[in-house]
Write a protein that binds this ligand. Structure first.
Ligand code: ZN
Ligand code: FE
Length: 261
Protein backbone atom coordinates (compact mmCIF):
# COMPACT_ATOMS: atom_id res chain seq x y z
CA UNK A 1 0.00 0.00 0.00
CA UNK A 2 1.41 3.35 -1.03
CA UNK A 3 1.12 5.83 1.82
CA UNK A 4 1.75 9.57 1.90
CA UNK A 5 2.18 11.20 5.33
CA UNK A 6 1.22 14.83 5.71
CA UNK A 7 1.27 16.14 9.28
CA UNK A 8 -1.12 13.98 11.33
CA UNK A 9 -2.61 12.49 8.16
CA UNK A 10 -1.82 9.22 6.45
CA UNK A 11 -3.20 8.98 2.93
CA UNK A 12 -3.27 5.69 1.01
CA UNK A 13 -4.07 5.40 -2.71
CA UNK A 14 -6.36 2.50 -3.55
CA UNK A 15 -6.42 1.52 -7.23
CA UNK A 16 -9.97 0.56 -8.24
CA UNK A 17 -11.66 -0.69 -11.42
CA UNK A 18 -9.50 -0.08 -14.52
CA UNK A 19 -7.80 3.20 -13.75
CA UNK A 20 -9.56 4.88 -10.80
CA UNK A 21 -7.90 5.95 -7.59
CA UNK A 22 -9.84 6.04 -4.34
CA UNK A 23 -8.06 7.39 -1.27
CA UNK A 24 -8.19 6.39 2.36
CA UNK A 25 -7.14 9.15 4.75
CA UNK A 26 -6.60 8.62 8.47
CA UNK A 27 -6.29 11.46 10.95
CA UNK A 28 -4.02 10.34 13.79
CA UNK A 29 -5.56 12.88 16.18
CA UNK A 30 -9.22 11.86 15.90
CA UNK A 31 -8.76 8.36 14.49
CA UNK A 32 -11.27 9.25 11.77
CA UNK A 33 -10.82 7.52 8.42
CA UNK A 34 -12.29 9.06 5.29
CA UNK A 35 -12.62 7.46 1.88
CA UNK A 36 -12.48 9.95 -0.96
CA UNK A 37 -14.67 8.54 -3.74
CA UNK A 38 -15.96 4.97 -3.82
CA UNK A 39 -15.49 3.40 -7.25
CA UNK A 40 -16.13 -0.08 -5.80
CA UNK A 41 -16.33 -1.64 -2.35
CA UNK A 42 -14.09 -4.73 -2.73
CA UNK A 43 -10.75 -2.97 -3.22
CA UNK A 44 -11.58 -0.53 -0.44
CA UNK A 45 -12.58 -3.29 2.01
CA UNK A 46 -9.33 -5.12 1.23
CA UNK A 47 -7.27 -1.99 1.89
CA UNK A 48 -9.14 -1.25 5.14
CA UNK A 49 -8.49 -4.81 6.29
CA UNK A 50 -4.79 -4.64 5.42
CA UNK A 51 -4.42 -1.30 7.22
CA UNK A 52 -6.64 -2.31 10.16
CA UNK A 53 -8.45 1.02 9.82
CA UNK A 54 -12.12 1.67 10.68
CA UNK A 55 -13.88 3.66 8.00
CA UNK A 56 -15.96 6.56 9.35
CA UNK A 57 -16.59 8.94 6.41
CA UNK A 58 -16.96 9.01 2.63
CA UNK A 59 -16.37 12.25 0.70
CA UNK A 60 -17.86 12.17 -2.80
CA UNK A 61 -16.55 14.45 -5.56
CA UNK A 62 -19.25 13.82 -8.20
CA UNK A 63 -22.08 11.59 -9.30
CA UNK A 64 -20.42 9.33 -11.89
CA UNK A 65 -20.70 5.61 -11.18
CA UNK A 66 -16.95 5.12 -11.04
CA UNK A 67 -16.93 7.46 -8.01
CA UNK A 68 -20.05 6.34 -6.11
CA UNK A 69 -20.89 2.73 -6.95
CA UNK A 70 -19.06 1.43 -3.88
CA UNK A 71 -20.94 3.57 -1.36
CA UNK A 72 -23.89 1.27 -0.66
CA UNK A 73 -21.75 -1.84 -0.20
CA UNK A 74 -19.48 -0.04 2.24
CA UNK A 75 -22.41 1.49 4.10
CA UNK A 76 -24.15 -1.89 4.40
CA UNK A 77 -21.42 -3.07 6.78
CA UNK A 78 -21.01 -0.02 9.04
CA UNK A 79 -22.42 3.38 9.93
CA UNK A 80 -20.86 6.09 7.82
CA UNK A 81 -21.02 9.82 7.37
CA UNK A 82 -21.42 10.41 3.64
CA UNK A 83 -20.54 13.88 2.38
CA UNK A 84 -21.36 15.27 -1.07
CA UNK A 85 -22.58 18.34 -2.89
CA UNK A 86 -26.05 19.65 -2.11
CA UNK A 87 -26.24 20.69 -5.78
CA UNK A 88 -26.22 17.04 -6.86
CA UNK A 89 -27.88 15.42 -3.83
CA UNK A 90 -30.70 14.11 -6.08
CA UNK A 91 -28.28 11.90 -8.00
CA UNK A 92 -25.82 10.93 -5.27
CA UNK A 93 -26.19 8.16 -2.69
CA UNK A 94 -28.14 9.39 0.36
CA UNK A 95 -25.95 11.99 2.05
CA UNK A 96 -25.67 12.48 5.80
CA UNK A 97 -24.05 15.83 5.11
CA UNK A 98 -24.91 17.82 1.98
CA UNK A 99 -22.32 20.56 1.62
CA UNK A 100 -22.59 23.78 -0.33
CA UNK A 101 -19.82 24.60 -2.75
CA UNK A 102 -17.68 27.24 -1.04
CA UNK A 103 -18.43 26.13 2.51
CA UNK A 104 -16.06 24.56 5.02
CA UNK A 105 -16.79 21.76 7.45
CA UNK A 106 -14.95 20.22 10.36
CA UNK A 107 -13.60 16.67 10.01
CA UNK A 108 -12.56 15.99 13.57
CA UNK A 109 -10.44 19.05 14.27
CA UNK A 110 -9.47 19.44 10.63
CA UNK A 111 -11.01 22.09 8.41
CA UNK A 112 -12.13 20.84 5.00
CA UNK A 113 -12.97 23.42 2.34
CA UNK A 114 -15.39 22.52 -0.42
CA UNK A 115 -14.31 24.15 -3.68
CA UNK A 116 -16.79 24.43 -6.53
CA UNK A 117 -15.36 22.97 -9.75
CA UNK A 118 -18.20 22.58 -12.25
CA UNK A 119 -17.34 21.41 -15.76
CA UNK A 120 -16.79 17.66 -15.76
CA UNK A 121 -20.20 17.57 -14.08
CA UNK A 122 -22.19 20.60 -12.94
CA UNK A 123 -22.06 19.54 -9.28
CA UNK A 124 -18.42 18.48 -9.13
CA UNK A 125 -16.64 19.58 -5.94
CA UNK A 126 -13.11 19.08 -4.66
CA UNK A 127 -11.96 18.82 -1.05
CA UNK A 128 -9.14 21.02 0.24
CA UNK A 129 -7.48 20.67 3.65
CA UNK A 130 -5.71 24.02 3.95
CA UNK A 131 -3.66 23.35 7.10
CA UNK A 132 -2.24 20.11 5.75
CA UNK A 133 -2.00 21.46 2.20
CA UNK A 134 -3.89 18.54 0.68
CA UNK A 135 -6.35 18.57 -2.22
CA UNK A 136 -8.56 15.74 -3.49
CA UNK A 137 -9.25 16.81 -7.05
CA UNK A 138 -11.57 14.04 -8.31
CA UNK A 139 -12.07 14.28 -12.08
CA UNK A 140 -11.33 18.00 -12.24
CA UNK A 141 -7.51 18.05 -12.17
CA UNK A 142 -5.30 15.11 -13.17
CA UNK A 143 -1.55 14.80 -13.54
CA UNK A 144 -0.97 16.83 -16.74
CA UNK A 145 -4.70 16.65 -17.47
CA UNK A 146 -8.20 17.75 -16.56
CA UNK A 147 -11.63 16.16 -16.74
CA UNK A 148 -13.70 16.05 -19.88
CA UNK A 149 -16.56 18.53 -20.15
CA UNK A 150 -19.50 16.17 -19.89
CA UNK A 151 -21.95 18.69 -18.42
CA UNK A 152 -20.38 22.10 -18.00
CA UNK A 153 -18.73 24.62 -20.27
CA UNK A 154 -15.06 25.38 -20.82
CA UNK A 155 -15.72 28.68 -19.07
CA UNK A 156 -17.02 26.89 -15.96
CA UNK A 157 -14.14 24.44 -15.93
CA UNK A 158 -11.61 27.21 -16.32
CA UNK A 159 -13.22 29.02 -13.38
CA UNK A 160 -12.76 25.96 -11.17
CA UNK A 161 -9.20 25.34 -12.32
CA UNK A 162 -8.41 29.00 -11.71
CA UNK A 163 -9.61 28.63 -8.11
CA UNK A 164 -7.28 25.65 -7.69
CA UNK A 165 -4.42 27.67 -9.16
CA UNK A 166 -4.80 30.07 -6.22
CA UNK A 167 -3.64 27.32 -3.85
CA UNK A 168 0.02 27.13 -2.78
CA UNK A 169 2.56 25.31 -4.97
CA UNK A 170 3.28 22.80 -2.18
CA UNK A 171 -0.33 21.60 -2.12
CA UNK A 172 -0.32 17.81 -2.50
CA UNK A 173 -2.93 16.80 -5.09
CA UNK A 174 -4.61 13.39 -5.05
CA UNK A 175 -6.49 12.85 -8.33
CA UNK A 176 -9.14 10.44 -9.55
CA UNK A 177 -7.66 8.54 -12.50
CA UNK A 178 -4.33 7.15 -13.67
CA UNK A 179 -4.48 8.83 -17.09
CA UNK A 180 -0.96 10.17 -16.80
CA UNK A 181 0.71 8.32 -19.71
CA UNK A 182 -1.76 9.56 -22.32
CA UNK A 183 -1.89 13.01 -20.70
CA UNK A 184 1.89 13.24 -21.00
CA UNK A 185 1.84 12.36 -24.71
CA UNK A 186 -0.77 15.02 -25.34
CA UNK A 187 0.94 17.66 -23.19
CA UNK A 188 4.06 17.43 -25.36
CA UNK A 189 2.02 18.30 -28.46
CA UNK A 190 0.69 21.49 -26.85
CA UNK A 191 3.76 22.67 -24.97
CA UNK A 192 6.77 21.18 -26.79
CA UNK A 193 9.30 23.82 -25.66
CA UNK A 194 8.61 23.32 -21.96
CA UNK A 195 11.76 21.87 -20.36
CA UNK A 196 9.99 21.12 -17.07
CA UNK A 197 7.40 19.13 -19.00
CA UNK A 198 10.05 17.08 -20.79
CA UNK A 199 11.75 16.27 -17.48
CA UNK A 200 8.46 15.29 -15.94
CA UNK A 201 7.48 13.04 -18.84
CA UNK A 202 10.78 11.16 -18.43
CA UNK A 203 10.07 10.80 -14.71
CA UNK A 204 6.52 9.49 -15.13
CA UNK A 205 7.60 7.00 -17.80
CA UNK A 206 10.14 5.62 -15.31
CA UNK A 207 7.51 5.43 -12.57
CA UNK A 208 4.92 3.71 -14.76
CA UNK A 209 7.41 1.28 -16.31
CA UNK A 210 8.47 0.16 -12.84
CA UNK A 211 4.81 -0.49 -11.97
CA UNK A 212 4.40 2.61 -9.80
CA UNK A 213 1.63 5.17 -9.52
CA UNK A 214 1.83 8.80 -10.52
CA UNK A 215 -0.43 10.03 -7.71
CA UNK A 216 -0.07 12.30 -5.80
CA UNK A 217 1.23 15.33 -7.65
CA UNK A 218 1.69 18.89 -6.44
CA UNK A 219 0.04 22.05 -7.55
CA UNK A 220 3.41 23.60 -8.38
CA UNK A 221 4.28 20.72 -10.70
CA UNK A 222 0.89 20.98 -12.40
CA UNK A 223 1.22 24.72 -12.77
CA UNK A 224 4.57 24.18 -14.50
CA UNK A 225 3.63 21.23 -16.74
CA UNK A 226 -0.13 20.69 -17.02
CA UNK A 227 -1.15 21.89 -20.50
CA UNK A 228 -4.59 22.95 -19.25
CA UNK A 229 -3.19 25.16 -16.48
CA UNK A 230 -0.56 26.36 -18.93
CA UNK A 231 -3.37 28.14 -20.78
CA UNK A 232 -1.99 31.19 -18.95
CA UNK A 233 1.36 30.83 -20.74
CA UNK A 234 2.07 33.06 -23.76
CA UNK A 235 4.21 30.20 -25.17
CA UNK A 236 1.23 27.83 -25.21
CA UNK A 237 -1.12 30.48 -26.62
CA UNK A 238 1.35 31.22 -29.42
CA UNK A 239 1.91 27.54 -30.16
CA UNK A 240 -1.85 27.08 -30.58
CA UNK A 241 -2.09 30.07 -32.90
CA UNK A 242 -3.89 32.18 -30.28
CA UNK A 243 -1.40 34.89 -29.30
CA UNK A 244 -2.90 37.45 -26.91
CA UNK A 245 -6.05 35.37 -26.38
CA UNK A 246 -7.57 35.14 -22.89
CA UNK A 247 -6.47 32.07 -20.91
CA UNK A 248 -10.07 30.88 -20.94
CA UNK A 249 -10.03 30.79 -24.76
CA UNK A 250 -6.67 29.02 -24.78
CA UNK A 251 -7.96 26.53 -22.23
CA UNK A 252 -11.02 25.79 -24.40
CA UNK A 253 -8.75 25.13 -27.38
CA UNK A 254 -6.48 22.80 -25.37
CA UNK A 255 -9.56 20.91 -24.16
CA UNK A 256 -10.92 20.68 -27.71
CA UNK A 257 -7.63 19.28 -29.01
CA UNK A 258 -7.43 16.70 -26.22
CA UNK A 259 -10.98 15.58 -26.97
CA UNK A 260 -9.96 15.01 -30.59
CA UNK A 261 -6.51 13.56 -29.86
ZN1 ZN B 1 -16.23 11.37 -13.66
FE1 FE C 1 -14.11 9.21 -13.11
Amino acid sequence: LETTEVGTLQIVSVPCLDDNFAYLMRDGTSGNVALIDAPESAAVEAALHALDWTLTHIFITHHHGDHIDGVEGLRARRTLDVVGSSVDAHRLPVLTRAVMPGESFAWGEIEVRVIDTPGHTVGHIVYHLPEAGVLFSGDTLFAMGCGRLFEGTAQQMWGGLSALMDLPDETVVFFGHEYTASNADFALTVDPQNEALHRRVHDVIDVLESGGRTTPTTLGLERATNPFLRAVSPDVARHLGLPDADPEIVFAEVRRRKDNA
